[in-house]
Design a protein around this ligand. Sequence first.
Ligand code: 5GP
Ligand code: MG
Length: 176
Amino acid sequence: MKLKVLIKEKEIKKRVKEIAEEIKKDYKDKNPLLIGILKGGVVFLSDLIRNLNFPHEVEFIRVSSYGSKSISDGKIKWIMKPQMEIKGRHVIIVEDIIDTGYTLKKIYEEIKKEEPLSCKICVFLDKFERRKVNIHLDYVGFRVPNFFLVGYGLDFNEKFRYLKDIRIIDLEEKYE
Ligand code: 5GP
Ligand code: MG
C-alpha cells in the first residue's frame, strides 16, 4: 500500500499544541463553545481539547454536501444540528480540512444566524489552492497542497481515519 506521508504524527502533535496555546490566549476567560464537525473533525477536536487547559464546552454538528461526491457546491444538508444554545456564546467551529470552502462558509453562516457573541473558525488543514469562496480562517494547522489526504480523522470511503500521520492517497490506485 503506497500512502505517502505528508505530515508526521510528531509534527501534528506539536502544531496542535501551538494552536491550543493561541486559542487559550484569546479565550481563557470566555468559556468558548467548540463546535466540531463530524466525522472528520473529531480526531483533531479531541486532541485539541486535551491541550486546552481552561474551561470550555464542546458540541458537534454533522452535515452532508449535496452534489457530486468529491466536489461540494455550496449546498449543505443538516444531519445533526447543534442542540446546545449558541446565542450569546463565543463559538469556535473546528474542522479537519477546508477545500473549496463551500462547506465551512455555509456552516459559518448558519451558526451566525443563531446570534453567537462571536464566531471563529479553526481548521487543521487548508487546501488553499482550491478555494472558491472568500472565507476568513482564524486558526490554521497547516497549509497543504492539492492532494487527496487521509489519516488523522480524514477518510477515503470511510477508511484510513485511524492513521496517525496525514498521508496522500493516489486516487488512481485500488485500496483494500
Ligand atoms: P469544501 O466544501 O471546503 O470543498 O470541502 C470540505 C470537505 O470536503 C471536508 O470537510 C472533507 O470532508 C472533504 N475533503 C476535502 N478535501 C479532502 C481531502 O483531501 N481528504 C478528505 N478525506 N476529505 C476531504
Ligand atoms: Mg469535514
